[in-house]
Design a protein around this ligand. Structure first.
Ligand code: ADP
Length: 352
């Protein structure tokens, strides 16, 4: 563990510590820096159909997170380890879950239902949920503030591009549609996740090649996306550098990523009554000038045009307008999920 205290860098070797032990070391330092801890806010990816807003992590709510683990296999199980570890270290503090699925609860039914028989929805809650709501909520509010528009009368396309990637149509502060679905696998191409594929691919792999469910899940969630196409890395920085040096597979991974993103943004525009602007966020959205440019180049009929200098300047946490005057607004809005989680955690604690 490495941290800075009063400007001085410090190190501590944790050996092969688990989550609980690592947190037991980290939290006292946070407490020292923050003063008295009021509570702990936990990011939870999947709240399923049972949780609609941030709430106290009671045993019942923790059971819901456990029950939804198979719908977010990369996220809910490690999230639970953090929650259980933090509760055992600070049992006296309120622990609040802030759910990625909560913001997307405002999607209309025609956007969140799959075209499959109704009983799968009514009996098994199979529907589109959407992720990561906390970032889309924060960024769409911040974007409205940056553009000088009231949140309750503003319409945005938000592209959150990190290791996980999703895009959302936000109308008057509410999610109206988003690219991720039942699980965080649907939609855009991501670092190691495939995003949309023909649903028959899974049956084909199973029936023709005898792949197990576990092997197919690992393929689509951990070995696909940028990593799968490039055969090199899930990290966009590495791919941009490699493609500049002539690596054709890295270049193709970038092309697929940008084209599919543009296609999804265009599709999401169907959920908007008008477009006030497009917001880029997440590690790629906030830093990768090339990805922003290539994506907008695909969206010709939207008349987007970047101010090249502004596009180059908005990196490393610097937000702002990157579109040329006279063209639809494009903003880089650095996300701050921790801040949003803290705000919602405090609201839950205050309401007790
Ligand atoms: P997470 O979803 O895990 O929070 P981040 O939002 O930190 O991830 O985004 C990670 C992604 O951002 C990686 O693909 C990384 O390569 C990319 N990224 C970060 N900085 C840059 C940069 N300067 N240029 C291009 N991509 C970048």
């Amino acid at each position: 563990m490495t941290w800075k205290e009063n400007g001085e860098k410090k190190h501590l070797q944790l050996g092969d510590a688990d989550h609980a032990e690592a947190l037991a070391q980290i939290l006292p330092h946070i407490q020292k820096a923050a003063g008295t801890l009021t509570g702990i806010g936990h990011r939870v990816v999947h709240g399923g159909s049972q949780v609609h807003e941030a709430c106290l992590l009671t045993p019942d709510v923790i059971s819901v997170i456990e029950a939804n683990a198979s719908l977010a296999p990369l996220h809910n199980p490690p999230g639970l380890m953090g929650i259980n570890a933090a509760i055992s270290i600070y049992p006296e503090l309120p622990h609040v879950g802030v759910f990625d699925t909560a913001f997307h609860q405002t999607m209309p039914e025609y956007a969140y239902r799959y075209a499959i028989p109704e009983e799968l929805y009514t009996e098994h809650k199979i529907r589109r949920y959407g992720f990561p709501g906390t970032s889309h909520l924060y960024v769409s509010r911040k974007g409205a503030e940056m553009a000088g528009l009231p949140v309750e009368d503003s319409c945005w396309l938000v592209a959150h591009l990190g290791n996980g990637c999703s895009a959302t149509a936000v109308v008057n502060g509410e999610s109206r549609d988003t690219t991720m679905g039942l699980t965080p696998l649907e939609g855009l191409v991501m670092g190691t996740r495939s995003g949309d594929v023909d649903p028959s691919l899974q049956v084909h792999l199973h029936r023709t090649f005898g792949w197990s469910a576990q092997e197919i899940e690992t393929l689509l969630t951990k070995k696909s996306g940028l990593l799968g196409v490039s055969g090199l890395s899930n990290d966009m920085r590495t791919l941009i550098e490699a493609s500049e040096k002539g690596d054709e597979k890295a270049a193709l991974a970038i092309e697929i990523f940008c084209y599919r993103l543009a296609k999804s943004l265009a599709a999401l525009s169907c959920a908007l009554p008008r477009l006030d602007g497009l917001l880029f966020t997440g590690g790629i959205g906030e830093n990768a000038t090339l990805i922003r440019k290539k994506t907008l180049d695909h969206m010709r009929i939207f008349n987007f045009k970047l101010d090249d200098q502004a596009n180059q300047s908005c990196v490393r946490g610097q937000g702002g307008k990157i579109s040329a005057d006279g063209h639809p607004l494009v903003l880089v809005v650095p996300t701050n999920e921790e801040r949003q989680i803290a705000i919602e955690t405090l609201e839950v604690i205050d309401a007790q």
